[in-house]
Design a protein around this ligand. Structure first.
Ligand SMILES: [Zn+2]
Length: 407
């Protein structure tokens, strides 16, 4: 048994912080949370004194691309370096996320299931990984690897990544099953273009029809997986919600259709705004990307405000990869700037994030019976969530009760 004693506890439920908490860990789980308990602890307890520090649930990023390392075509298609170098680059990004207190990451496309296996076997240190494998879209959608010149990427960087293009209702079901066979822990699809999608397929341009999306959601749910849908605006955004997806990724133009925000609140659909990625898109070398990101910014911020006011569960995702791998908690600072309180931002990366991933019963809060995923930080993240981006502040990380990082 391990006891962490003396820290200020932020438990991830949104409850006010509590001083002088003791967290007792047994067999990978939280055995008890005791306030003001001083011991003495029975023999055999490994007591870690974390007085003066803050303990939080292990952090969760709901939208990352750990195997992506740049937006330019050669990088995107894995042409500019040996596959082994690329895989080790991905492993490095995975290790870094853990070192920053992220004990769970949902990968929204591009990461094969082998990385999760490598983490489980201890070949590399990393968060528990829930991967979408590849993004599912119709021809011309964001899951279709086509260059601006019309050349198609025929060689995938990784044979463990099945094609994400689905052609019609029957094929949609087949592609979902193929992702599941390849180890998907979530189904990721796209019903609109985005900021960085090809010219001609922008944020309000739809992809997939009603029957295809119903089949996709139906098949994913039948196989026990949630559906995370990239959707920015226009008819594709409504289509995704009407088809029953579980989270809207980006959702930048939700403010244009308040009925959809009400629908999300009522059905418990999560919003993953991924504010971080648009910081980079606004400075993109590609003029059409830059322009789209600049035009959508005010809508995006208004969307977050309205979603919060309507009671939509807003959760944190960086959408990192194309722009490198900044500290995942950068998103929390953006969420606070967009109007979340620091406590709401922390919930967005802990308790609510776990629910978004369908793991609310296992992780996300520091409560009896949950997996012992936790991070101890030097400082008060409620005064400044930005401290969570500083590796020096991350003093201790436990995953499943096992010490991963200790400084
Ligand atoms: Zn993404």
């Amino acid at each position: 048994m391990t006891v962490l004693r003396g820290a200020t506890l932020i438990d991830g439920t949104g409850a006010a912080p509590v001083r002088d908490a003791a967290i007792i860990v047994k067999d990978g789980c939280i055995e008890a949370v005791a306030i003001g308990a001083r011991g003495p602890w029975p023999p055999g307890h490994d007591v870690i004194d974390v007085s003066g520090l803050t303990v939080l649930p292990g952090l969760i990023d709901c939208h990352d691309h750990l195997a992506a390392h740049g937006y330019d075509l050669a990088r995107r298609w894995g042409l500019d370096e040996p596959a082994s170098t690329r895989h080790l680059r991905t492993a490095h990004a995975i290790e870094r996320a853990l070192a920053l207190g992220y004990t769970t990451v949902r990968d929204a496309g591009g990461l094969d299931a082998g990385f999760g296996k490598a983490v489980e076997e201890g070949l590399i240190q990393g968060p528990r990984l829930l991967t979408a494998i590849a993004i599912i879209s119709p021809i011309g959608g964001i899951g279709d690897s086509m260059s601006p010149s019309g050349h198609k990427c025929v060689v995938t960087a990784d044979p463990a990544l099945p094609r994400g293009v689905a052609r019609g209702v029957d094929d949609v079901r087949n592609v979902v099953r193929t992702m599941v066979r390849a180890g998907a822990g979530v189904i990721k699809c796209a019903t609109t273009g985005g900021a960085s999608s090809r010219a001609g397929h922008g944020p309000r341009d739809p992809a997939f029809d009603r029957d295809e999306m119903r089949a996709l959601v139906d098949e994913a749910h039948a196989l026990g997986l949630t559906v995370a849908c990239h959707a920015l605006g226009g008819p594709g955004l409504r289509l995704a919600l009407e088809a029953g997806v579980d989270s809207i990724e980006h959702g930048c133009y939700l403010d244009e259709d308040p009925e959809l925000i009400a629908m999300m609140a009522e059905r418990g659909v999560f919003l993953v705004p991924t504010l971080t990625v648009y910081e980079y898109h606004r400075e993109s070398p590609a003029p059409h990307v830059r322009e789209r990101a600049r035009v959508l910014r005010e809508h995006h911020l208004e969307t977050v405000r309205r979603a919060l006011a309507a009671g939509v569960r807003v959760v944190a995702g960086t959408d990192a990869g194309g722009h490198g791998h900044p500290p995942n908690a950068v998103e929390l600072a953006h969420l606070v700037a967009a109007g979340l309180t620091p406590m709401q931002a922390i919930q967005a990366a802990t308790g609510l994030a776990a629910e978004c991933l369908g793991l609310g019963r296992q992780i996300g809060t520091l409560e009896k019976g949950k997996r012992a995923d936790l991070v101890v930080v030097d400082g008060d993240p409620l005064a400044d969530v930005g401290i969570l981006t500083d590796p020096e502040r991350i003093r201790l990380v436990l995953k499943d009760g096992v010490t991963q990082i200790r400084r």
